[in-house]
Design a binder for this molecule. Structure first.
Ligand code: B12
Ligand code: SF4
Ligand code: SF4
Length: 360
């Protein structure tokens, strides 16, 4: 490996050694890529669900790094551990609280990890002038789980997440597209590496499927996104059907159930990223406080720099209305009653539903 590059990435951008994909792909990798692309491009009528329509814009580019960066010759793929040992739920229904998923307790990874990746891209540009580099985490069209599988970072579990040998699935994924070949960068690609993680889910394991509160994980391992609490609490802006909202418990942002139960996560190691450990939203959010958030300005005051900004005020308040019902918090009725006149339709309807449920 290019020792100078590894040192610069570690010291200046705080990134681990990347796994690297060479582009164009080997024959075997190309076969796998085509299969993924075909599956993704099929798009049954119910997919993608409302508010994830942008996924269909990624048709034909999701598995094509060269369509994202002209002249792409390699992809550097990174992962970063976000596991927090303090993040178990001794009392899931802790009085007055809404649950925040682990990835969202501290600083937004798009900012923390994304910032490191952008810095690395700039450093690479200095080292390899005349070449181009583009950094992404989550924000780009490429399927990062495919990049991670292809470069040996981990395998894709039945919960549809990448499971690594060292950190289980509690990792974020990111990548840098480059016009340099791996040889020019002086890095080693998967095919030349040994000791890659060749794991897979035990054939009889169905822990994630059994634990999923809404039954979103199908027997074949696909996730029915429209039923996933992560989608419902963060992305979906509409009215959540009662049969799903009843199963959300007091989760108000994201969901970790299919990871908590996974046997590959039992030996997860604490993250060394201070920004992920320092709470902004924390693991429990006070429902009364959330129900009193009036607008975007209040959100910024309370949650600037946190992933909760993605859900925005309306989704978060709507989710708090649902949690209030699911854990029977009658003392929140005054806030809920006020919200029955809210200008946002989803908030208003869920507040009405909550008042009805808690008073009947
Ligand atoms: C969109 C998205 C979501 C969506 C959809 C997820 C999904 N499975 O497709 C929602 C909002 C639900 C989501 C949730 C989460 N996400 Co997300 N998400 C993404 C994103 C931006 C794109 C993923 C994507 O392209 N999916 C579409 C295709 C490629 O996924 P697929 O699994 O191959 O295909 C599924 C669907 O297409 C579905 N399907 C297709 N057609 C049909 C038809 C029917 C009828 C049905 C039922 C299903 C179905 O079945 C396939 C298998 O599940 C990636 C970042 C990236 N750019 O890759 C992060 C990413 C995958 N998410 C991530 C995380 C951390 C999460 C959460 C854990 C957050 C949380 N705690 O709440 C949850 C986990 C939920 C889960 N079990 O999948 C990480 C995963 C890291 C890892 N270790 O793998 C990523 C990589 C972000 C990052 N940079 O770190 N996410
Ligand atoms: S994140 Fe939650 S709702 Fe979504 S698939 Fe996993 S367990 Fe099910
Ligand atoms: S819980 Fe079992 S089936 Fe699900 S991802 Fe983990 S090992 Fe695979």
């Amino acid at each position: 490996m290019n020792k100078e590059l590894i040192k610069i990435l570690a010291e200046k951008a705080k990134l681990d050694i990347p796994s690297v994909l060479s582009w164009p792909l080997s024959e075997e990798q190309e076969k796998e890529r085509r299969k993924k692309e075909e599956d993704f491009n099929k798009f049954p009528p119910e997919y993608p669900p409302q508010d994830l329509e942008w996924l269909s814009e990624h048709r034909n580019i999701k598995y094509r790094p060269d369509k994202i960066l002209e002249g792409c010759r390699s992809v550097l793929v990174f992962s970063i551990n976000y596991y927090r040992k303090d993040f178990f739920y001794p009392n899931k229904e802790k009085s007055g609280s809404g649950l925040i998923s682990m990835y969202a307790a501290g600083r937004d990874y798009h900012k923390e990890f994304g910032g490191r990746l952008k810095k690395a891209a700039l450093l690479l540009k200095e080292m390899f002038p005349g070449h181009n580099f583009r950094a992404f985490t989550d924000s780009g069209p490429l399927d990062e789980t495919w990049l991670a599988e292809s470069t040996g970072i981990g395998f894709k579990g039945r919960n549809s997440l990448i499971i690594t040998e060292k950190y289980g699935s509690w990792v974020f994924l990111g990548h840098i597209l480059s016009t340099c070949t791996p040889e020019h960068l002086g890095v080693i690609t998967k095919e030349k590496m040994s000791g890659n993680n060749k794991g897979k889910c035990p054939s009889l394991c169905s822990r994630c499927r059994d634990a999923c509160p809404t039954g979103a994980i199908l027997p074949d391992g696909r996730v029915n996104v429209a039923k996933c609490i992560s989608y419902l609490t963060i992305e979906y802006k509409g009215i959540i059907p009662a049969e799903l909202s009843e199963k959300m418990g007091n989760r108000i942002f994201g969901c970790d159930e299919c990871q908590i139960v996974c046997p590959f996560n039992s030996a997860a190691k604490e993250t060394d990223t201070a920004a992920f450990k320092k709470d902004i939203a924390g693991k429990y959010a006070d429902l009364a406080e959330i129900l009193q958030i009036k607008n975007h300005h209040d959100m910024v005051e309370k949650y600037a720099g946190s992933p909760l900004m993605r859900a925005g005020r309306n989704n978060l308040v709507r989710n708090a209305c649902i949690a209030a019902v699911n854990i029977g918090r009658k003392e929140l009725l005054p806030y809920l009653e006020e919200l029955t006149g809210d200008s946002n339709y989803s908030v208003k309807e869920h507040a009405k539903r909550a008042v009805k449920a808690l008073t009947s």
